[in-house]
Ligand binder design. Structure first.
Ligand code: ADP
Ligand code: TRP
Length: 327
């Protein structure tokens, strides 16, 4: 029996933050290390064209994101790891998928609606057809399981639809895809804890894996805790959740108890949490710097990954070209 195929990716639009980590990346590493899956993880650089990034920033960020994923535990011996644009078949299959996908289905996507508001001056066609490219990313490798955070569920469901539309129009070929969430599919912003932690909100909203302890401390100082008028405070719940993930269990339980008793001191909570996060990612920061100092090694890893991915992708495309009648 062959192992189930996992495919996931991340855009090179910023350094990894603890939302990405707890919602997706940590899970990728655990799934990889379980040995139960065939793993494909890539950097979605073509997806990032739909935003407002400058070319030189994109170039630098692709390198940083690659170094960060490796530093976080992605192992190129166990996982096929590459940059999307290095494998041309992604965009080729996306075109085929564009041509079976109703526009009305794309217009329903909440990410499309949100981004159209966020970047009202740049509502490009790529922003709309983004999920067709995402479906191509997944189905080129016959991906069955897609580990992502909560905000990506809709796109994975659309991938399943795209496979059905293709299979119906041409022939039964692509598998059914399902998403896989972690226990923490949605980490909240530090400053606006009713919103998802996202780099697009601004630097103070996120803690990056690469942040030094002083930076983490400063950001946590600005984090919102109890809301005016009392009641359940989402900011506090979020900080406690983070402490549970990154801290020591006994201390976490003490803070939960103190929160119930009303004796909790938020300053103390932030201090302990800051130290826990900084310690948790200490090795990550070291490995990240080593990789960034060694561009040749990084380049080799990515080019080997691309050639492994390309073997699978070109096979898929050869079959697809026949099915659609261009060969
Ligand atoms: P951002 O919103 O910061 O731009 P991305 O959209 O690049 O992050 O997300 C990359 C991956 O991380 C996706 O699988 C996404 O679902 C997950 N993710 C992003 N933010 C969070 C969060 N706050 N909580 C949980 N998962 C998240
Ligand atoms: N859309 C995803 C995000 O913003 C990134 C992505 C692109 C992706 N292609 C993918 C995730 C394929 C999983 C599978 O986070």
């Amino acid at each position: 029996m062959s192992k189930p195929i996992i495919v996931s990716g991340i855009q090179p639009t910023g350094n990894l933050h603890i939302g990405n980590y707890l919602g997706a990346v940590k899970n990728w590493v655990e799934l990889q290390n379980s040995g139960k899956y065939q793993m494909y993880i890539f950097i979605a650089d073509y997806h990032s064209l739909t935003g407002n990034m400058k070319p030189e920033d994109r170039r630098a960020q692709i390198t940083r994101t690659a170094a960060e994923l490796l530093a976080a535990g992605i192992d190129p011996e166990k996982t096929v790891f590459w940059v999307q644009s290095h494998v041309l078949e992604h965009t080729e299959l996306a075109w085929v998928f564009n041509s079976v996908t109703p526009i009305s289905e794309l217009e329903r996507m909440t990410q499309y609606k949100d981004k159209s508001l966020q970047q009202a001056k740049n509502i490009n066609a790529g922003l709309l057809t983004y999920p067709a490219l995402q479906a191509a990313d997944i189905l080129l490798y016959h991906g069955e399981v897609v580990p992502v955070g909560q905000d990506q569920i809709q796109h994975v469901e659309l991938t399943r639809d795209v496979a059905r539309w293709f299979n119906k129009r041409y022939q039964e070929y692509f598998p059914e895809t399902k998403h896989l969430l972690t226990q923490i599919p949605k980490v909240m912003s530090l400053v606006e804890p009713h919103k998802k932690m996202s780099k697009s909100l601004g630097a103070d909203h996120v803690i990056e894996l690469a942040d030094e302890s002083g930076v983490i401390e400063k950001k946590l100082k600005k984090a919102v805790t109890a809301t005016e008028g009392g009641g359940e405070a989402p900011g506090v719940a979020n900080l406690l959740l983070l402490l549970k993930q990154f801290g020591n269990e006994t201390i976490y339980k003490e803070f939960v108890k103190a929160e119930k008793d009303g004796t909790i001191r938020y300053g103390d909570l932030k201090k302990v949490l800051g130290e826990s996060i900084s310690t948790y990612f200490a090795d990550f920061r070291t490995r990240r710097m080593e990789l960034l100092d060694n561009h040749n090694e990084l380049g080799e890893i990515l080019s080997e990954g691309a050639s492994k991915a390309q073997k699978v992708a070109s096979q898929t495309m050869e079959e697809v070209r026949k099915m659609i009648g261009v060969r």
